[in-house]
Design a protein around this ligand. Structure first.
Ligand code: ADP
Ligand code: MG
Length: 417
């Protein structure tokens, strides 16, 4: 038995078993050609796949969600997977229908059958309670075809959906190697991080960064939180600075979180570092750095300024632990990637323990070619932030319940469902 509350590949016999493997290979796609732009998440499942070489593997993932341009078939993912493992990889254009079920029944030892986008099934788009998920059509159709369920989708573990929770309720289940590695790296930050420990939080979504700031500081797990992106605008506004924002939607979000930000500043003001300058775009499209004083910034802030970058970089280079999630600026725009790039480079230079997460930040690190110089590059954004804000992950809780059931030898009878 491994050291966790859930089982891992060390605890289960996979030889010749029909295994459902849930992964998260939801990747950025070119909007018109649907070619895969970044295959980090695909490569990340190769370790688990190589340990399943003697099993009959059926692999499931989602890609984006209904209504989005990149909500597409998983066929290109199957082709890319073929280059990352030794098994023969096949694809079926179906998820739970008769065509898929026939193909699942015929998977041979050493093969991997990739199902189509799991979110093509409506039930897979709804979060629900475990007992409800156990009774979904999705689970009723798939679970009886498998002897084992392996969840390697850390990046989707914050969802309570049929393939993440329902199948783990129904089948003997264990965590894959990526799930194990990610949980170790991220939850380790909440145990005893080496000091000084700094967090760099930016990006657009303040609603998932504010709970992290609160939890990390309440638990005394960080010495400094350095803010960029929209979270920085929120806290500057909470200090009554006149900071312009990009649009009405952003203003509404900031208004919603302003009281929480004020509360955090009054309790932990010495631990929350805000930009001392910001960069905006002038009417000629040039970057202008503006020191924060009583004068309002003359346009929406698109990056942290050079003085802030210098200050933050020093803090990162001196830290024994540095954790970053969310870019410091609108790095997609020419001239406004300076803050994010410099912070990533400082993390790469550091001899401390360095962790980054979030799709945008991780994509940039891989473009800069520095991902290998960091201690841990998470494949997750939301799941990492959920863990860091003290929430438990439904996907992991389901694996823990499955382990308890297996220890107690309780097996579900399909006729009772
Ligand atoms: P991640 O994907 O790294 O977790 P988010 O999804 O929260 O981060 O946010 C990424 C987006 O945040 C990027 O598209 C970036 O342009 C945007 N962003 C960063 N700084 C700002 C800013 N100052 N104003 C508006 N948007 C910003
Ligand atoms: Mg994002």
């Amino acid at each position: 038995m491994s050291q966790h509350d859930f089982l891992t590949l060390d605890d289960v016999d996979t030889a010749n078993k029909r295994v459902f493997l849930r992964v998260d290979i939801n990747v950025p796609l070119d909007p018109s050609t649907h070619l895969i732009l970044d295959d980090t998440r695909i490569k990340a499942v190769s370790e688990t796949l190589s340990e399943l070489e003697d099993a009959r593997v059926v692999l499931g993932s989602h890609q984006s969600r209904p209504g989005k341009d990149d909500f597409t078939s998983l066929e290109p993912h199957a082709q890319a997977l073929a280059g990352c493992c030794n098994q023969e990889v096949k694809f079926v254009e179906d998820v739970i229908g008769p065509h898929a079920r026939q193909r699942i029944a015929k998977v041979e030892r050493g093969q991997v059958l990739v199902l189509d986008n799991l979110r093509f099934c409506a039930e897979e788009n709804v979060d629900d309670k475990p007992e409800k998920l156990l009774k979904t059509h999705f689970v009723r159709m798939l679970a009886p075809l498998f002897e084992l369920n392996i969840n390697d989708a850390f990046a989707t573990a914050h969802r309570s959906q049929p393939s993440i929770v329902g199948l783990a309720e129904a089948l003997p289940s264990a965590a894959g190697r990526l799930m194990e590695k990610e949980l170790g790296a991220v939850s380790g930050l909440l145990v005893e991080p080496k000091r000084p420990c700094v967090y760099i939080l930016g990006g657009a979504k303040v609603e998932d960064k504010v709970p992290v700031i609160k939890h990390i500081l309440d638990r005394e797990k960080a010495d400094k939180i350095l803010l960029g992106g929209v979270p920085a605008k929120l806290f500057l506004r909470a200090k009554d600075m006149k900071i312009s924002t990009n649009d009405e939607e952003e203003v509404a979000v900031l208004r919603e979180h302003i009281e929480t930000a004020k509360g955090l500043l009054s309790k932990y003001g010495d631990k929350i570092d805000l930009p001392v300058d910001l960069a905006y775009e002038d009417s000629h499209g040039r970057r202008v750095d503006h020191e924060i004083d009583s004068q309002p910034v003359k346009g929406p802030a698109l990056d942290v300024g050079v003085k802030t970058i210098e200050k933050y970089s020093e803090a990162v280079e001196d830290a024994a632990t540095a954790v970053a999630n969310g870019p410091l600026g609108v790095f997609e725009r020419n001239g406004f990637d300076v803050g994010t790039k410099k912070i990533l480079e400082s993390m790469a230079k550091s001899s401390g323990y360095t962790v980054i997460g979030g799709g945008h930040m991780v994509g940039l690190a891989s473009i800069l070619g520095i991902d290998e110089k960091l201690s841990h590059v998470s494949t997750a954004g939301g799941a990492m932030l959920s863990l860091l804000s003290g929430q438990s992950l439904p996907g992991v809780e389901a694996l823990v319940r499955a382990a308890d059931r297996m220890r107690n030898q309780k097996v579900h009878s399909w006729t009772s469902l």
